[in-house]
Design a protein around this ligand. Structure first.
Ligand code: NAP
Ligand code: SF4
Length: 677
């Protein structure tokens, strides 16, 4: 597209019998809606919105080809004609919007969370409870047949193609490497035997479906586990898959059991594009680059390097269904950027809830959370420009209300202004930039450094939304007035001086953030530089070693400070953090030498430090600085006077309930209230 800053991203891709309208692939992302027939109308609405938003090609979440390949009991499956009508809802909805859609066929193998699981060998995965049954040679043939049948049914259901899920440590990946394939028959042993399984799947799928059906193969280019594929094996497989008839090869990075973050927010943008680029000269089939590509400029840069013909973005399409249309219309600065937090998408899936999105609570709830034009334009004041207030103000304005947003500080953002300063959380800048732009576009009357008094509010507004947030809790520990005691706000927002030995009281999300902040090595944060990130996490970008792992242990932080992170609970620290990211934070801090203490009882703080009892033994942490990260209390002083003045008032975010407040709840509550007013 000439004149656009993203000509490569917006360029159509001609596959011969079908022309994709651009190079943006909405990658596969399980939402949970695939698992119940009753949820398919919601799934169809969700995909239709993304097709309307311009996605070049959509891939569904993983659909199993048979019962043994289920991810969990009764998860999404396509193995019988009875299951076709629900899939037709999806394909028809996407086609009605001019989009194209492939169904991902995912066989979990030993990653299944049910007792029927099968694998090349009976080797249990470290991340599941069930030991798989080793497939017989006939069993292997049956799994291949199941893939081909699922693809055949997918075409009957109206899909434009399938994606064969060959990465992330699922069944196909399990065949490829000896760590999981101990077979001695024609499906094990030499690499030519181990790679026969995926090649036969692609070859027989192509043979059954003919030339005019998209077959994407998701190839694990970088396993990131011991005993993973070597580079020559990756190349040999890619060539074999190309010869077997794949239309496109997508990139897979890291098995789920890998102990290296691959998609979380501390992973630099496009940090793994190098591996797709490295494969490009080896094959002619178009490649798709993936992982942490979340903005059109990054996508364009990846495509410009020439290694990939498409870029896959999964979560960015949850965050903003209109990603492509906005990029095409010169409105890229209005894109709601995925911050890779995983909090509302993957973490919710692990909690067996439907996925949504922290920055876009409408994701996967398109029919439920609708921002309808208001019947009557009303004057509404929103007090507090933190995440809850920003969400409320922008949705209210989008619906046509006249919104005034009061903020006492000199900038919007509230708690996000602290988060964005934590190394590895730079993406929060993008959310703030999005909201700032949105307020501007929607004409919200933003009043910074302005105290909203009851008198001002009562006189001029028909409704008031109180999003006044929280204040840090001051726990009743003797010595709290000592000059060495500071709060996380002092450290993260006001650059309060912090000594060499530090005790952090409270190990919630903020205690962890403060520990990360204080122990970050000097220089460019790993989250902003793919080479630094690879060094810190032991990734071999020259791919001399199997799995792409460096042979020496990764070098982490500099350890200039001695940091203690404490909580009263006896449970493991960081248990309340997200399932998919908590382990990264724990591992990172451990490698930086942070001492984590559970079951602490705080006695007092004095010149000697923090007096604390743990495991029944009193001791003193000789802290120069004690940082309080003990949660928050709601700030809602305006609520009572407004009630006296009979002003209709609504409390949201931390001002409503401070306990366990996070940005996900704040934004969702703000948006939900604003959709109703
Ligand atoms: P939090 O998660 O509620 O943690 C508060 C910590 O303070 C807990 O470790 C708690 O542990 C301790 N505590 C509570 N009352 C105390 C008392 N009276 N005396 C001493 N210690 C006390 O709150 P937060 O860390 O301030 O985080 C606020 C919200 O932001 C949370 O919902 C959090 O999930 C979210 N957040 C999330 C992330 C993320 O990466 N996902 C990052 C930052 C913030 P004990 O009671 O065991 O001592
Ligand atoms: Fe991205 Fe977080 Fe939304 Fe998931 S919840 S799509 S990671 S912003």
């Amino acid at each position: 597209m000439t004149g656009s800053p993203f000509p490569r991203l917006l360029e159509p891709l001609d596959l011969g019998w079908v022309r994709l309208r651009n190079r943006a692939l909405m990658g596969s992302m399980h939402t949970g809606l695939e698992d119940r027939e009753a949820d398919y109308p919601r799934l169809a609405a969700y995909f239709a919105e993304r097709a309307r938003g311009g996605a070049g090609l959509i891939v569904t979440g993983g659909i199993s080809p048979n019962v043994v390949g289920w991810l969990g009991p009764f998860s999404g499956k396509l193995s019988s004609r009875r299951e076709l009508p629900r899939h037709r809802l999806v394909t028809e909805a996407v086609h009605a919007e001019g989009g194209h859609i492939c169904m991902q066929i995912l066989h979990a193998g030993r990653y299944a969370h049910h007792p029927l699981s099968v694998a090349p060998s009976a080797v249990k995965a470290p991340i599941t409870r069930f030991r798989p049954r080793a497939l017989s040679a006939r069993g292997v043939e049956r799994q291949i047949d199941a893939f081909v049948r699922a693809a055949t049914l997918a075409r009957e259901a109206g899909y434009d193609g399938v994606e064969v899920m060959g990465s992330e440590g699922y069944l196909i990946n399990q065949f490829l490497v000896t760590r999981t394939n101990r077979r001695e028959d024609e499906w094990g042993g030499a690499y030519a035997n181990r790679m026969r399984f995926p090649i036969e799947i692609v070859r027989r799928t192509r043979a059954a479906l003919g030339p005019d059906f998209i077959v994407i193969y998701r190839l694990s280019m970088l396993d990131l586990v011991d005993g993973g594929s070597t580079w020559p094996e990756v190349v040999e497989l890619a060539k074999g898959i190309e010869a077997a008839g794949a239309t496109l090869i997508n990139t897979g990075i890291g098995w789920h059991e890998a102990r290296i973050p691959t998609i979380a927010t501390m992973v630099p943008r496009a940090a793994f594009a190098w591996v797709t680029e490295k494969l490009a000269p080896e094959v002619r089939v178009p490649l798709i680059a993936t992982n942490r590509i979340n903005d059109p400029a990054v996508a364009e840069a990846v495509l410009a390097k020439g290694g990939a013909a498409m870029v896959s973005m999964a979560r960015p399409f949850l965050a903003d269904a209109d990603f492509v249309n906005k990029a095409a219309a010169g409105r890229a600065d209005e894109i709601n950027v995925c911050i890779a937090c995983n909090q509302a998408c993957l973490d919710q899936i692990f909690e067996r809830e439907t996925a949504s999105c922290l920055v876009n609570p409408r994701a996967a709830r398109e029919q439920e959370l609708v921002y309808r034009r208001a019947a009557q334009r009303r004057r509404i004041a929103v007090v507090g420009a933190g995440p809850a207030g920003l969400a409320a103000a922008t949705v209210l304005a989008e619906r046509g209300h006249a919104v005034t947003l009061f903020e006492r500080a000199g900038a919007i953002g509230g708690q996000f202004n602290m988060a964005k300063r934590v190394p590895g959380k730079e993406e929060f800048h993008a959310t703030l930039a999005y909201f700032a732009r949105r307020l501007d576009v929607l004409g919200v009357d933003l009043r910074l450094e302005t105290e909203a008094t009851p008198e001002v509010l009562a006189g001029s507004y028909e409704e008031v939304v109180l999003a006044t947030g929280v204040s840090p809790r001051r726990p009743p520990i003797p010595g709290l007035e000592h000059p060495k005691v500071v709060s996380y706000v002092d450290v993260l927002l006001k650059d309060a001086p912090v000594g060499r030995t530090v005790a952090i009281i409270g190990a919630g999300g903020i205690g962890f953030d403060v520990a990360e902040f204080l122990t970050a090595p000097p220089g460019t944060p790993a989250s902003l530089d793919a080479a630094v990130f690879a060094r810190e996490w032991g990734i071999d970008r020259d791919f001399r070693n199997a799995g792409g792992l460096l042979p020496t242990p990764p070098a982490h932080g500099a350890g200039a400070r001695e940091v203690w992170l404490l909580q009263r609970k006896e449970t493991k620290l960081g248990e309340g953090l997200g399932k998919t990211t908590g382990w990264v934070h724990r591992l990172d801090l451990k490698k930086r030498g942070v001492r984590m203490v559970a079951g602490a009882s705080y006695e007092r703080i004095d010149d000697a430090g923090l007096h604390v009892t743990f495991a029944g033994r009193p001791s003193v942490i000789p802290a120069d600085t004690v940082i309080i990260c003990a949660g928050q209390e709601p700030l809602r002083a305006l609520a009572a006077p407004l009630a006296t003045l009979n002003v209709p008032t609504h409390l949201i975010g931390g001002a409503d309930v401070a306990a366990e407040l996070d940005a996900k709840r704040a934004i969702r509550q703000g948006a939900e209230l604003a959709a109703r007013l």
